[in-house]
Design a protein around this ligand. Structure first.
Ligand code: RIB
Length: 312
């Protein structure tokens, strides 16, 4: 079994589905509300666990009801919380998620809470978890210097690194050489490198920009169009088409599903193109279900989709 460490954020997702967002000063009504576990890092950890890895989640919570929801989630999923600290002086984060009825696209506001106080020294205190992993996955819901310290520790230990640059934030050029696999979506790629990504050719230009800065491989996720992979090793661009696993229900967390699946397959030492296909299959299943963490599929479902034996 591959071992994945995720350095990231848990928040409670408060999701509303409706026809449209209210304008400023306006109230709109909806009947559809869900409260559940979320946060990009936490979703990725759950996706990786369900897809077949041993997972440690490195983060910080408040001492409150949402923190209890997080701990109960990890207990139920079998994710190690040995490096999950508590700050009783702060609060566990929350996200407001609006899912648009017609498009099933989303808009999100995140208040990370206690995890904002995490420092590079806290990451050093979790070095054992990083070193014991085959893959470290992190993202930009954390302060950049915290994610960066995780990447450095992993690199020193020869652990493969994934940076999911979500949500997009300015990155110093010297972080890129620490990244084995960079996984922006179209808008994150554009925000980071200034190249608008509307198709596979644009994704390749964006990938070349990141490769020139020292990233090992770039995987631009393209939503309903799959993903584009280019690595510094063979230099050949590969477009991986999406996996359709049923009716589109909710795209929220699809990027997290992809990253969790990618991490599992890389931890199992699968070739990178195969790992991207695995990630696309995990994402393809997640969008057929409501919610973020709850929508992550089990390994058997992923294998059935990849092998063409799924009955969706
Ligand atoms: O990627 C989806 C996640 O982003 C949601 O679970 C929400 O919590 C935000 O962090």
């Amino acid at each position: 079994m591959g071992r994945v460490a995720v350095l990231g954020v848990f928040v409670a997702d408060l999701s509303f589905r409706g026809e449209r967002l209210p304008r400023m000063g306006e109230t709109v009504m909806t009947e559809v509300f869900r409260l559940g576990p979320g946060g990009k890092g936490s979703n990725q950890a759950i996706a990786a666990r369900r897809a077949g890895a041993e997972v440690t989640f490195i983060s910080r919570l408040g001492d409150d009801a949402f923190g209890a929801l997080a701990r109960e989630t990890y207990r139920r999923e079998g994710i190690s919380d040995a490096y999950l600290s508590t700050d009783p002086g702060s609060y566990t984060g929350a996200a407001f998620i609006f899912l648009e009825e017609e498009s099933r696209e989303n808009a999100i506001v995140v208040a990370p809470g206690a995890v904002s106080g995490l420092t590079p020294r806290d990451v050093e205190a979790a070095a054992k978890a990083v070193i014991a992993a085959d893959v470290l996955a992190t993202n930009l819901e954390l302060p950049v210097q915290v994610a960066r310290r995780g990447l450095e520790l992993a690199r020193e230990a020869g652990v493969a690194t994934i940076l999911n640059p979500a949500p997009a934030a300015p990155l110093p050029d010297d972080i890129y050489p620490l990244v084995d696999y960079l996984t922006p979506n179209e808008s994150e790629a554009a925000a980071l490198c200034g190249i608008e990504v509307a198709n596979v050719a644009d994704a390749e230009r964006a990938a070349d920009w990141f490769l020139a800065r020292g990233v090992g491989a770039v995987i631009v996720t393209l939503g309903g169009k799959g993903a584009f992979l280019k690595s510094s090793v063979d230099g050949e661009g590969v477009h991986v088409p999406p996996y359709r696993a049923g009716r589109l229900v909710d795209t929220t967390g699809a990027g997290d599903a992809f990253n969790g699946g990618l991490a599992v397959a890389l931890a199992e030492r699968k070739p990178v193109a195969e790992a991207v296909r695995f990630g696309c299959a995990v994402a393809g299943l997640s969008v057929t279900r409501q919610g973020t963490a709850p929508s992550m599929p089990m390994r058997e479902e992923v294998m059935a989709l990849l092998e063409g034996t799924a009955t969706a």
